[in-house]
Design a binder for this molecule. Structure first.
Ligand SMILES: [Zn+2]
Length: 222
């Protein structure tokens, strides 16, 4: 059994045992208890995806589904918000908070990016954001490698970068620094998998961000 499968199984078992050993509670209490367990077990973050490359909306949505699949082992609940010229919920123009992960899909790779990078992390004054180069995604696309799979896997890789220390790369799985074109094929599992240590670090960082957001909310207004 692979490492990620073990984590997934123990997670499901833990939830099941909790529900068996709990005494019956009133419906409202159960809802509160479940909400608190869910809040504790599954940290929630928002991913704002800014489509600055006029990528067709269904490609972006399929890419997000692929990214979600790649990130399943992190046990994060990601709420995806799509921001484009045509579709712009008000949250897209609001200032981002600690629980917002910012992802930008841009038409062309930045000059300073390394030659084959599909994406990068850009540093702003007080936060980082991820950027994905759509021209490079399209250059790799072919019959075996759909654009949404390439975009989604690159998106998942950069999202993990946002939650880990700078330059966190691994010898295998999602966080390899370089991928082969075969790794981007429909059925290839090569981009799946994160180390146990990194899953813990991603979870810790997500919880830190949630706490930071709460402390901002609790701060008295001036
Ligand atoms: Zn990387």
């Amino acid at each position: 059994m692979s490492f990620t499968a073990e984590v997934a199984v123990s997670y499901v078992v833990a939830i099941y045992i909790t529900s068996l050993t709990n005494p019956p509670v009133a419906a409202a209490e159960r809802t509160r208890a479940e909400a608190s367990v869910t809040d504790q077990v599954v940290p929630q973050l928002t991913v704002r995806v800014y489509n600055l490359a006029n990528v067709r909306p269904y490609i972006v949505m399929w890419a997000e589904a692929e990214a979600e699949r790649m990130l399943q082992s992190t046990h994060l609940k990601l709420n995806w918000v799509n921001c484009s010229k045509n579709e712009r919920p008000s949250v897209c123009t609001s200032r981002d908070g600690p629980t917002d992960l910012m992802v930008r899909i841009v038409p062309m790779a930045y000059h300073q990016a390394s030659a084959k990078a599909l994406g990068a992390i850009t540093k702003a004054e007080d936060h980082n954001s991820a950027v994905l180069f759509y021209d490079r995604v399209m250059a790799l696309r072919d019959f075996h490698r759909a654009s949404h799979l390439i975009l989604g896997r690159a998106m998942a890789h950069e999202i993990v970068h946002l939650l880990l220390p700078v330059n966190s790369h691994a010898g295998q799985g999602l966080m390899r620094a370089t991928w082969n074109v075969e790794d981007l094929g429909v059925a290839s599992p090569a981009c799946l998998g994160l180390s146990n240590r990194w899953i813990m670090m991603v979870q810790e960082e997500a919880r830190r961000r949630i706490e930071a957001a709460r402390s901002i909310q609790d701060r008295p207004a001036r």
